[in-house]
Design a protein around this ligand. Structure first.
Ligand code: ADP
Length: 337
């Protein structure tokens, strides 16, 4: 039942847990989502009913799992955590569902990777709290129906477009999009994390780390930790802006937070494909990256920066990307306009 996202290192996972906000006040930003959730929770509590099923979507590291934990805390309920790829067989889901206690929250991360057969078992469980299990094979097969306790499913995905319409329609409590954070919000997150980790950090260093954090809390926390290591090895009592710049430069994270692979993707589009458009499949082959990794990990931030556009004919590098990487731009991506 472990979360099995290969893109999140074990080290990041334990850091996630240490720094996870323990209450709403510590959860910075995403104000509209928080407001809506608080109303849903209060209304359900007043009616003495479980909160309806919820879906969170948005790029990795923006706080979807954290929200599920905050909701469970507010409801004083248990949260059982699993993920789409971890539920391989119908029996896996049946065992998870039949082990729920009344009021529990079931959190399914990467729900877009749930297989179709399992999705279909989930529908009646979500709608009428019943689990239909087929026993036996052939003519002697029969269906038994188990009643499940009241529970709330909270699902998270980075790829909402891959969710089937029937599954999406089952999230009766609502579907909430998490957005990238502002630089100011990321600064607050860094200051809070520095306090928890006992790092004496200068304001200039907070700003420097924030600028390079891809507007993403998980990245901010990871970079802060790397800067702390650097300051410690340099025998400095505090993390100064100069130390942060040196640490981040050494990690080859540029002033806008681009890492080696981001730059490589853009450089390939510019140098090999004349700026694009280039199809995702071709781009994946040319960069030796997985298609899914390009789409889920790199593209959201490159698009947020306005460096990359997805067009019906493929990916295109924008004038801004040319400028940032020091290429001269002749405006050949004209069909973007
Ligand atoms: P996701 O599930 O979207 O991948 P997580 O909920 O695991 O993201 O968040 C990653 C880390 O970022 C968490 O450990 C938490 O410390 C931090 N984080 C996320 N959102 C916030 C927030 N709004 N305020 C403070 N820290 C946050």
């Amino acid at each position: 039942m472990a979360i099995t996202d290969p893109k999140i290192a074990q080290d990041d996972r334990s850091l996630d847990q240490t720094l996870r906000p323990k209450g709403w006040a510590e959860y910075i930003g995403q104000e509209m989502v928080k407001k809506n959730l608080k109303i849903l929770i209060q209304a359900a509590q007043e009616r003495n009913e479980p909160v309806e099923h919820l879906l969170f979507y948005g790029p990795a590291g923006l706080g979807k799992t954290t929200l599920a934990h905050l909701i469970s805390k507010e409801l004083r309920s248990q949260v059982k955590v699993t993920s789409g790829p971890a539920i391989e067989k119908v029996g896996d889901l049946a065992s998870i569902l039949t082990n729920l206690s009344p009021g529990d929250i079931l959190f399914i991360d990467e729900v877009h990777r749930l297989n179709k057969l399992i999705e279909e078992i989930l529908y009646p469980a979500l709608e009428s709290r019943s689990l239909d299990i087929i026993i036996g094979k052939g003519p002697s097969a029969r269906t038994i129906q188990l009643e499940l306790p009241p529970f709330t499913l909270i699902a998270a995905t980075t790829r909402i477009a891959l969710l089937s319409a029937p599954l999406r329609s089952r999230f009766s409590g609502g579907t909430f999009r998490l957005d990238f954070y502002s630089e100011n919000e990321i600064e607050k997150i860094i200051e809070r994390s520095a306090k928890i980790l006992g790092i004496n950090i200068e304001k200039g260093a907070v700003k420097e780390v924030a600028k390079r954090s891809r507007f993403t809390p998980r990245v901010a926390n990871r970079l802060l930790k790397r800067c702390r290591d650097f300051a410690q090895v340099e025998k400095s009592q505090s993390l100064t802006q100069d130390l942060a710049v040196r640490a981040l430069d050494l990690l080859e994270i540029d002033p806008l937070g681009l890492e080696g692979t981001d730059r490589m993707i853009l450089n390939v589009i510019i140098s090999k494909f004349g700026g694009g458009p280039v199809g995702l499949q071709t781009l994946a082959a040319a960069t030796s990256e997985e298609k899914e990794t390009i789409e889920e990990v790199y593209e959201p931030y490159l698009m947020q920066l306005g460096f990359l556009e997805r067009t019906p004919r493929g990916r295109v590098a924008t004038g801004r990307a040319y400028q940032h990487l020091g290429h001269s731009f002749s405006g050949q991506s004209a069909f973007l306009s």
